[in-house]
Design a protein around this ligand. Structure first.
Ligand SMILES: Nc1ncnc2c1ncn2[C@@H]1O[C@H](COP(=O)(O)OP(=O)(O)O)[C@@H](O)[C@H]1O
Ligand SMILES: [Mg+2]
Length: 272
């Protein structure tokens, strides 16, 4: 698992004007879990994400990835191999001129034998459903396809955890759904996904939703627990999913329906 223990972090900690970005954060993410992190801009989500794979080291507290402390420099490459990262802009993370080479780039850099690389690349493309674009140039692909190539590159590294920092925010609705479908596939492969998003409906399928505000975790629980506390969510200038909002309105109007409905199917079941 990934274990975050009382982590505080300040940017420019040694300067006259440090920026306190994380305050005493505790969090445990188990293998195979799908965790969604939400919170308004500047609440510390990206800073926390960068602690999961040792891109940042805590000012105070500790982060352990499968019992390796991210402070320990001898573990840094192991940690980076286990915890991959997908960023917001698909154009900034593809490095090769051909899709297949891009996916092979990570394993090549760590000296995996060529036959093994080919096996991993084929497998990663199969899982992500991009085998048919293997010979294409990344810039010819849609945004959703580019993000799937980026995810395939992490799969080829055999990472156990994939952090995605707003991977859908620059995509159209089709591309967003492609990424969500990719996340479902990763879960079936037993890989943990930690998704940072501002689309609340993307949190509905999560095992755990984490809500951040001013560098702290202010709420943590199943989607039903968290979105059932709609007043608190709204006080943080966040929304609950649309279908939950509808259920709450109906409940306010006297309709016999729970206030923490999470899917359209569930809403229909209660109404009909
Ligand atoms: N490189 C940086 N240098 C200084 N301050 C930063 C840097 N990156 C982020 N911050 C500050 O840290 C806080 C948390 O930022 P961030 O983790 O990016 O939040 P989020 O991802 O939730 O929008 C914000 O106040 C932000 O301005
Ligand atoms: Mg961010």
């Amino acid at each position: 698992m990934i274990r975050v223990e009382k982590v505080s972090f300040a940017y420019n900690a040694d300067s006259d004007s440090p920026v306190q970005a994380l305050r005493e954060v505790d969090l445990e993410i188990e293998r195979g879990q799908f965790v969604v992190i939400v919170g308004h801009n500047g609440s510390g989500k990206s800073t926390l994400a960068k602690h999961f794979n040792a891109l940042l080291i805590p000012t105070e507290g500790n982060v352990f990835v499968e019992n390796m402390n991210t402070r320990d420099e001898k573990h840094i490459w192991d940690i980076r191999q286990k915890v991959g990262m997908v960023f917001q802009n698909p154009d900034n993370q593809l490095v090769a001129t051909v899709v297949e080479d891009d996916i092979a780039f990570g394993p090549e850099n760590v000296g995996v034998p060529p036959e093994e690389i080919q096996r991993r690349v084929d497998e990663a493309m199969r899982i992500m459903g991009i085998s048919h674009v293997r010979d294409k140039a990344p810039h010819m692909l849609s945004g959703g396809q580019k993000q799937r190539v980026a995810i395939a590159g992490i799969l080829a590294m055999q990472s156990n955890y994939i952090i995605m920092d707003e991977p859908t925010s620059l995509l159209d609705p089709v591309g967003r759904e492609e990424v969500m479908e990719s996340i479902r596939k990763l879960r079936r492969e037993g890989i943990s996904v930690i998704l940072i998003t501002h689309f609340m409906h993307e949190a509905i399928e999560a095992d755990m939703v984490v809500v951040m505000d001013e560098g702290r975790i202010v709420m943590k629980g199943t989607p039903r627990e968290v979105f059932g506390r709609a007043e608190e969510i709204r006080a943080l200038s966040l929304d609950v999913p649309l279908v939950t909002q509808m259920a709450m309105r109906l409940n306010d109007m006297g309709v016999d329906i729970p206030r923490n409905v999470l899917s359209v199917e569930e809403l229909i079941e209660h109404l009909c």
